[in-house]
Design a binder for this molecule. Structure first.
Ligand code: ADP
Ligand code: ZN
Length: 672
C-alpha cells in the first residue's frame, strides 16, 4: 500500500512510501514510521493511506512501523494541515512542533514507561476549594459560555484589569469538567504569569496538566501522557499546548489574547490564538478570548458580529481603577541641560510610598544601562559587526552587547576611531535607571526585573516572591513587570518614558503602547489600597495616552480602527511579509527585485485589489551576518492568503539562487 508521510524538513510537501503487507492491517494516519531518506534514517508521520505515486518517482518501502496506536488524532492532523496551508509552513515542521520532542527521538520502545512513572509526583486534588461566589457580571459571563457548550462559538471577554476574568475561566472549566470534557487554557508566557497557573492548580489540583517548552523533555512526555489518557482535565500551557491530545476537549480559553508571544517567530509561524479559534471551529466547541485590551483584530471581529462580546467593566474587588496621570516632560526642559530622567512628580510619588511602606513598580521599556555609547569628540558609536545596530552598554559587566544576535565585547576605554576618552552613555536603560534611583533613595530596597538580571525560572520565582513578601520597595523593570502580576501592596506605578514604545516604526505601536501602559497601570492598587500611575512623556496629547488615562479601551479602539481603515492595515485587510536574506548582498537585492516583479504581475492578473510594497531593506538590514530585503503584501481577505503564499514559496524554491533564503510570514506581528 502506498502512503503519504510528513518528515520534519523545510519542504512544504509530503512524501510517498510503500508500506509492506505486514503493516497494512495496523497502519493508520497519525502513526509514526521509520523511513530512509537520502541514506539517512528518519522518523515520519503517516498523513494518508492508499495514495498514488507521483509519476516517475522511485518509491521506497518504510523501514519500520513505530506505533500500535495513533499518536496524533485525525483532528490534530487536520489542524496541522490547515496551519501548513494558511501559514505556508512545511507540513513536516508543523507536525513536528505539534508533538513533544520525545516522539521524534530514536527512543527504543517501552523504556519510557518506568521513567515516566517516577516523574509523576502526587498532587492533592482540592477541587472546589477557594472558589469565591461569583459576582453577577461574572456569573452572566459563565452562563453565556456554558450555553454554547457543544457548538462552535468564539467569545471575546473584554474585562478591565482585576475584573475577575480568571475566576470566569475557572468556573467555565469546572462546568466543562462536570460534562466530562477537558479544557485547554492558553497563556502567553508561563514564566511571567505564574499567577494564573498557581490559581488553577490551587483550585483543581491534580486535574491540571502544565504544558510549555520550558519543561524538560521527560516532564513534557509525562504531561502529554496524562492529557492523552484523560487523567488531566485542564491543560494550562503556552502556544504549543493548543495541540494537546485531549480525548474530548469541550472548551478552549486564550488568556491575554492580544499578546504577541502567541505568534511563533520561527517556522512554523503560527499564531496560537488563531489556531485556537480554528481548532474550536473544527471540534465544534466554544473558544473564549480574554483580555483587558483585546487586539484590534478581535474587537473588530466582535463588532462585525463574528465573535460574541462580553464586557466586564468593574474590578471584582470593588476597588476603583487606578488614577493615571501624564507628566509633561517638555515643561522640565532647561536651556543647555539634558532632560532629567525623573520628574519631581515621579520622585515625590516614590518617596510617598517609601514613607508609608507601600511598594512601587517602575517601567522602562529598554534593557541595559544605556542605549549606546557615543564618543563626544568624534561622534563615533560602536555597532554590531553582524547586525549594524548600535551596541547596548551594560555597566555591571562593563560590556557592549547586541540585543539581536547577542554579540558581546568588552566596553572600550577609548574611542576606536579618534582614541578620545570622553565616551558618554546615551539613553537610559533599566540598569541605569536602577543605578540613578539608588542615588536618589539610598536606603530603599531596589531590585530590577529584566532578562539580564533574571534568566532562570528559579531567579524569577525568587524575585517575585520577595515582591510578595514586601522585601522590595521599588521594582524596576522592562515590560516583564507589566504582565499579569498581582502584588497586593503595589500602590504606585511609574513609567519613565511613554515614547519608547509609542514611536516604534510599526503600525501597531499605538496598540502595543495602549496595551503595555494599561497592563502596567493595572498592577497598581489591586487589593484594598487604591493605586496611582504616572506616565512621563513628551507627547501628552497623543490619542493613545489620552485614552490610557481615561481607561477608555473602546475610545482607543474607535480611533485606532479608523486609522487602520484609512491605511488598509489589519484588521481591514491582511498582510504577508516576505523576507529575502542573503550571504551575498547583491544576490539578495537582485532576487528580491525578481520576486517583487513576479508577484506584481501575478497579483495584477489574479487579485488586482492587492498591493505589493517594496522590495525595501528590512528595518534590520544586516542581521546575524546576512543582508535582508523585505516585500510587504497587502491583501483584501484571508481567503487570498494560501494561494499567494504558495506562489512565493514555489517561485523561491525554483528561482532563488543558492545562499538566498526566503521566509514567508502570514499575519506578521513583527516587522524587523
Ligand atoms: P483578572 O483576571 O480580570 O485580572 P482576577 O480574576 O485576577 O481578575 O481577579 C482580580 C481579583 O479579584 C483577584 O484577587 C480575585 O481573587 C478577586 N476576585 C475575583 N472574583 C471575585 C469574586 N467573585 N469575589 C471576590 N473576589 C474576587
Ligand atoms: Zn548583532
Amino acid at each position: 500500500m502506498l502512503i503519504d508521510v510528513a518528515i520534519p524538513v523545510p519542504l512544504n510537501t509530503t512524501f510517498t512510501y510503500d508500506a509492506p503487507e505486514e503493516f497494512v492491517a495496523t497502519l493508520k494516519p497519525g502513526m509514526r514510521v521509520r523511513i530512509t531518506m537520502r541514506r539517512k534514517s528518519a522518523i515520519a508521520m503517516v498523513t494518508a493511506l492508499n495514495t498514488s505515486a507521483p509519476a516517475h518517482a522511485k518509491i521506497r518501502p518504510i523501514d519500520e512501523l513505530l506505533d500500535t496506536q495513533q499518536v496524533m488524532s485525525p483532528a490534530t492532523l487536520a489542524l496541522c494541515k490547515w496551519i501548513s496551508d494558511y501559514y505556508a509552513a512545511p507540513i513536516g515542521e508543523v507536525i513536528q512542533s505539534a508533538l513533544p520532542p520525545h516522539f521524534w527521538k530514536a527512543a527504543k520502545k517501552s523504556t519510557r514507561k518506568g521513567r515516566l512513572a517516577e516523574a509523576h509526583t502526587a498532587h492533592v486534588a482540592r477541587e472546589g476549594i477557594n472558589a469565591p461566589i461569583l459576582l453577577t457580571p461574572q456569573q452572566d459571563a459563565v452562563s453565556q459560555i456554558t450555553a454554547k457548550f457543544g457548538q462552535f462559538a468564539p467569545i471575546l471577554i473584554q474585562g478591565v484589569t482585576g475584573s475577575g476574568k480568571t475566576e470566569v475561566y475557572m468556573a467555565a472549566c469546572a462546568e466543562a469538567m462536570a460534562r466530562n470534557e477537558q479544557a485547554i487554557v492558553l497563556v502567553p508566557e508561563i514564566a511571567l504569569t505564574p499567577q494564573l497557573l498557581g490559581r488553577f492548580t490551587e483550585r483543581f489540583g491534580d486535574a491540571v496538566a502544565v504544558y510549555h517548552s520550558a519543561l524538560t523533555e521527560l516532564q513534557r512526555a509525562h504531561q502529554w501522557q496524562r492529557i492523552a489518557l484523560g487523567e488531566a482535565k485542564i491543560v494550562v500551557g503556552t502556544r504549543s499546548a493548543i495541540f494537546a491530545p485531549t480525548p474530548k476537549c469541550g472548551l478552549i480559553i486564550v488568556d491575554e489574547e492580544h499578546d504577541s508571544s502567541y505568534k511563533q517567530d520561527s517556522s512554523p509561524r503560527y499564531n496560537g490564538r488563531d489556531v485556537a479559534v480554528m481548532r474550536a471551529k473544527m471540534e465544534k466547541i466554544p473558544v473564549v478570548l480574554g483580555s483587558a485590551t483585546p487586539s484590534l483584530e478581535s474587537i473588530f471581529n466582535a463588532r462585525q458580529g463574528k465573535y460574541q462580546l462580553i464586557t466586564l467593566t468593574e474590578r471584582a474587588t470593588g476597588q476603583v481603577m487606578p488614577n493615571v496621570q501624564l507628566v509633561d516632560m517638555r515643561a522640565l526642559k532647561e536651556e543647555g541641560k539634558p532632560l532629567p530622567l525623573f520628574s519631581p512628580q515621579l520622585l515625590a510619588a516614590l518617596q510617598k510610598r517609601l514613607d508609608v511602606g507601600e511598594q512601587s513598580l517602575l517601567l522602562i521599556n529598554r534593557r541595559g544601562f544605556s542605549q549606546f555609547v557615543v564618543c563626544e569628540s568624534c561622534g563615533h558609536v560602536d555597532t554590531c559587526p553582524n547586525c549594524d545596530l548600535s551596541l547596548t552598554y551594560h555597566h555591571s559587566k562593563h560590556e557592549l552587547r547586541c540585543h539581536y544576535c547577542d554579540y558581546c565585547t568588552d566596553a572600550p576605554d577609548s574611542c576606536e576611531l579618534c582614541k578620545g576618552i570622553d565616551l558618554k552613555p546615551i539613553g537610559a536603560g533599566a540598569e541605569r535607571i536602577e543605578d540613578i534611583l539608588k542615588g536618589h533613595f539610598p536606603t530603599a530596597r531596589i531590585s530590577r526585573l529584566d532578562s539580564d538580571t533574571v534568566s532562570t525560572q528559579t531567579q524569577r520565582t525568587e524575585l517575585l516572591q520577595s515582591m510578595h513578601n514586601q522585601d522590595i520597595d521599588i521594582l524596576v523593570g522592562t515590560q516583564m513587570i507589566a504582565k499579569g502580576h498581582d502584588f497586593s501592596h503595589v500602590t504606585f506605578v511609574g513609567v519613565i518614558s511613554a515614547e519608547m514604545s509609542l514611536n516604534m516604526p510599526d503600525f501597531r505601536a499605538p496598540e502595543r503602547s495602549f496595551q503595555l501602559l494599561t497592563q502596567a497601570s493595572g498592577r497598581a492598587g489591586r487589593a484594598h489600597l487604591p493605586g496611582d500611575v504616572l506616565i512621563q512623556t513628551m507627547q501628552p496629547e497623543h490619542y493613545c495616552l489620552q485614552h490610557v488615562i481615561k481607561h477608555d479601551y473602546t475610545g482607543f479602539a474607535d480611533a485606532e480602527l479608523h486609522n487602520r481603515e484609512e491605511l488598509r492595515y489589519p484588521p481591514y485587510g491582511r498582510l504577508i511579509t516576505c523576507t529575502i536574506a542573503s550571504n551575498v548582498e547583491k544576490k539578495g537585492t537582485d532576487y528580491a527585485d525578481v520576486l517583487g516583479k513576479y508577484l506584481q504581475t501575478t497579483l495584477e492578473r489574479h487579485a488586482p485589489d492587492c498591493i505589493v510594497l517594496g522590495p525595501a531593506p528590512a528595518l534590520l538590514y544586516r542581521l546575524r551576518g546576512k543582508t535582508r530585503m523585505q516585500l510587504l503584501l497587502k491583501l483584501n481577505s484571508a481567503t487570498q492568503i494560501p494561494g499567494i503564499a504558495d506562489c512565493i514559496l514555489k517561485h523561491s524554491a525554483a528561482e532563488a539562487p543558492s545562499g538566498v533564503q526566503v521566509t514567508v510570514d502570514v499575519d506578521p506581528l513583527n516587522f524587523v
